[in-house]
Design a protein around this ligand. Structure first.
Ligand SMILES: Cc1cc2nc3c(=O)[nH]c(=O)nc-3n(C[C@H](O)[C@H](O)[C@H](O)COP(=O)(O)O)c2cc1C
Ligand code: SF4
Ligand code: FES
Length: 534
């Protein structure tokens, strides 16, 4: 397909679209609140009001403000309605003629929740129908891939990604360009690209939302990566708990193949790339890259020591590029706008944007995409609207591998280095706000219990250490522990951190370490005095 043909598909789609688009969120969060019922009523009302020649109801992906769903947004006026019920839906359509009749609760598109966002990954989430490739193409989709294949050599693409400063969004923050360069240089003519969509952190739903809202962006990012590193086959590893994401991905792959955007001779070039979906059974450890690859190979999902890294010896021993969903979603924009453009957003060590799942004791919860460098205070107090009826006590980032940052450090900017300096991590994007009623010991226990039950059991420090640490945390919260137990807990944290085989064990003590760093008194006040044996 020539670029002109791609642009023509987009043009035809824009001509087909009606001047007024009533967007109704059909992602999992809003579906759980009956958005499909709302959508049906909106469609009926459009017909009843005789508006079908200029109004269309479009099922779109997540708009971000998930806690206020079902959400309905009207373009081009940019009116937003929150918590819409099927009963209120007809009044929204009647409101196109007379706004005074609308019964639904209006939202505020000028709220910092929306205005402080910078959308690259989620640029078209909530604006396009994720089940229609034409809608993605009309919004500029697949132009990055076309440009990559038509205008750049593979090594030029790798250079652009290196220049962008993009770091992996799966948690570890490894420089993406360096990883791509290693795979590109690896010997052998068979290579793989894997998209890690396992997303097992409690509280995290960024990747699920992107897959449900904009599956073609993930495919486009993967295809550009495959071209750059010389791979012709890819896998998306996604958990079975994400049925809607899987369904939309399957549809998207089928549509892309139909247009010759995936498969053989992509855009009439010599480049071939096919994508397979592999469905995981939901074990947290299967998100770890070596375990994930074993799972794809049909083996038990246990991690193995690195080196060798996947780039050296990955799937079935071949050099493999593995990146997170969000990492891939940044790629089309980097190719289209250039690595320098991307590097101009964010901070010295953290370029671009980051998607967070903002949850917990917060007024506005949902998904946000913010420029790196924004402070936690701006996110929590301005965008999130603060804690309803209370005060922020701490913000947890990085899930079970992360830490709790106290309210006194809310002015910390969001970047890999600054979050690490305060004892947490960027992680994959979970951000849980805690109020002053929250027991930090209970928080530490919650994450330790998670790691204890998700430990694969392969190595003793993690298998046994997480059980022992969980036991000690319970002993403390039951008021049966002494200072010696607390010391033992701290020793175990160090031992498990330094001797576990994979990232699960290596980071499992982090929630304990960070709560001890800032909230030690909550542990100490529960300790029993030492009994002295005479
Ligand atoms: C226990 C564990 C779970 C992980 N889960 C995920 C996950 O769900 N998604 C993900 O992208 N990375 C996950 N990772 C990180 C991956 O091992 C790997 O670093 C990542 O997929 C690389 O992609 P990136 O460079 O784009 O971040 C996990 C790591 C560990 C140790
Ligand atoms: S650290 Fe834990 S999850 Fe990782 S290999 Fe060892 S037992 Fe398994
Ligand atoms: S799921 Fe509907 S706004 Fe996020």
């Amino acid at each position: 397909m020539e670029l002109s043909e791609l642009l023509e598909i987009g043009q035809q789609e824009r001509t087909r679209q009606k001047p007024i688009r009533v967007h109704c969120c059909t992602s999992t969060g809003c579906q759980a609140a009956n958005s499909l019922g709302v959508k049906k009523k909106l469609e009926t009302a459009v017909n009843r009001n005789g508006l079908s020649d200029r109004v269309e109801v479009v099922g779109v992906g997540c708009m971000g403000c998930c806690g206020r769903g079902p959400l309905v947004q009207i373009d081009p006026e940019n009116l937003v309605y929150e918590e819409v019920t099927p009963e209120q839906a007809p009044s929204i359509i009647s409101g196109l003629k007379d706004s005074s009749v609308v019964e639904a609760q209006p939202g505020d598109p000028e709220h910092p929740f929306f205005t402080k966002q910078f959308k690259i990954v989620r640029e078209t989430s909530g604006k396009i129908d994720p089940e229609r490739i034409e809608d993605y193409i009309a919004a500029g989709g697949y132009q990055g891939l076309h440009r990559a294949i038509g205008e750049f050599t593979p090594s030029e693409i790798v250079n652009e990604v290196s220049k962008s400063g993009l770091r992996g969004r799966g948690g570890a923050g490894f420089p993406t360009g360096l990883k791509w360069a290693t795979v590109a240089k690896a010997p052998g003519d068979r290579k793989f690209v894997i998209c890690n969509a396992d997303e097992g952190d409690p509280g995290a739903f960024m990747d699920r939302s992107v897959l449900e809202s904009d599956p073609h962006r993930v495919l486009e990012g993967m295809a550009i990566a495959a071209y750059a590193v010389g791979a012709s086959e890819g896998f998306i590893y996604v958990r079975a708990e994400y049925p809607l994401a899987i369904e939309r991905l399957q549809k998207a792959i089928k549509q892309a193949k139909k247009y010759g955007i995936l498969g053989t001779h992509i855009f009439e070039s010599q480049f071939d790339f096919k994508i397979n979906i592999r469905i995981g059974a939901g074990a947290f450890v299967c998100g770890e890259e070596t375990a994930l690859m074993h799972s794809i190979e049909g083996k038990r999902g246990n991690p193995t020591p690195r080196p060798p890294y996947p780039a050296q010896s990955g799937l079935w021993g071949y050099s493999t590029l593995i990146n997170n969903v969000e990492t891939f979603c940044n790629i089309p924009a980097i190719v289209t706008n250039g690595g320098d453009w991307y590097a101009s957003i964010g901070t010295e060590d953290s370029k671009g944007t980051k998607v967070f799942a903002l949850t917990g004791k917060i007024r506005n919860n949902g998904l946000i995409e913010v420029p790196m460098g924004i402070t936690l205070r701006e996110i929590v107090e301005e965008m999130g609207g603060g804690v309803p009826g209370g005060e922020v006590k701490a913000v947890q980032t990085g899930g079970p591998s992360g830490g709790c940052i106290p309210a006194s450090l809310l002015d910390t900017p969001v970047s890999y280095d600054s979050l690490a300096q305060v004892g947490s991590i960027m992680g994959s994007g979970g951000m849980v706000v805690m109020d002053n009623q929250t027991s930090m010991l209970e928080v530490a226990k919650f994450y330790m219990e998670f790691c204890r039950s998700e430990s694969c059991g392969k190595c003793i420090p993690c298998r046994s250490g997480t059980v022992q640490m969980y036991h000690l945390l319970n002993k403390i919260s039951d008021g049966e522990a002494t200072e010696a137990d607390l010391e033992k807990l701290e020793q175990l944290c160090e031992m498990v951190k330094h001797t576990s085989l994979c990232g699960l064990g290596q980071t499992a003590p982090n929630p304990v370490i960070s709560t001890l760093r800032y909230f030690r008194h909550e542990y100490s006040e529960l300790l029993q005095p030492e009994t002295i044996n005479v």
